[in-house]
Design a protein around this ligand. Sequence first.
Ligand SMILES: C[S@@+](CC[C@H](N)C(=O)[O-])C[C@H]1O[C@@H](n2cnc3c(N)ncnc32)[C@H](O)[C@@H]1O
Length: 276
Amino acid sequence: MPRSSAVSKPKPARTLAQLADRHALYERAVQDPEGDVKFFARTYRKIRGHDPISMREDFCGTAALCCEWARSAPDRTALGVDLSQDTMNWGLEHHIVPAGRDVASRVTLICDDVRAVKRPKVDLTCALNFSYYCFKQRAELLEYFTSVHAGLNRDGVFLLDMLGGTEAILEGNTDNDHGDFIYRWEQAKFDAFSHDFQCFIHFLFPDGSKIYRAFSYDWRLWMAPELRDLLLEAGFSKVHFYWEKTDAKGEGTGVFYEPDYVENQEIWWTYLAAER
Ligand SMILES: C[S@@+](CC[C@H](N)C(=O)[O-])C[C@H]1O[C@@H](n2cnc3c(N)ncnc32)[C@H](O)[C@@H]1O
């Protein structure tokens, strides 16, 4: 029996976009914490001859990488730094607390500007998914690289990534189909003189709904020689550029090497390592 005689209207069904979590989609679309941890440990060992223990993730966002680093070995510690407490809270709830007390006790998150956090010193600092592109002025990026250098232990290594290729400097969309959603990377505006680079991430769903501008970026697209020069100016002694090996079909294998020469391609990303 209905409790009320009023006719209740059926609730409109929620769209897939309304049901989705933009942080979970972002992680699926653009992150690979397990691959990053393997690459970092292998690269550090190759450069320094021993294992890194402490890792700092600048611009950590949901701190998925911090969590994976702490989970990957019982003595590893991670420090994540980000300006967004909300995003780090999401990471605490979805990664760090579920990872259990031991892992959680070895992860520290600090809500601050990456340039303001000076301690503790660490073996390895990373800045991924081009996050440092938010520093658009040369002096700002130099200040950031200098503070990373000062925050590393004597045999520390800084790992970062970069984007390049002939299409990196063009406006346009790139779609990747993940089955239950499409990840759309939009290069909305690129200024040929300043390299100011305005980009958005959108998520599109099979029911036609979308999360428009789920993430927005106001960046400068830095070029490889500029990065090498700034890292050396900031005090780093050596800069390594890596390139991913591909299989017969041209797919990335997850194995990186230091090439003598790289022929430019339409679009690429890669890791750099800078030795303190
Ligand atoms: C592109 S996301 C990177 C997330 C994640 N680390 C990754 O690799 O995908 C950029 C993050 O940088 C943070 N951020 C931007 N400027 C910052 C600054 N000056 N200091 C600290 N965090 C900053 C934002 O809050 C955002 O979470």
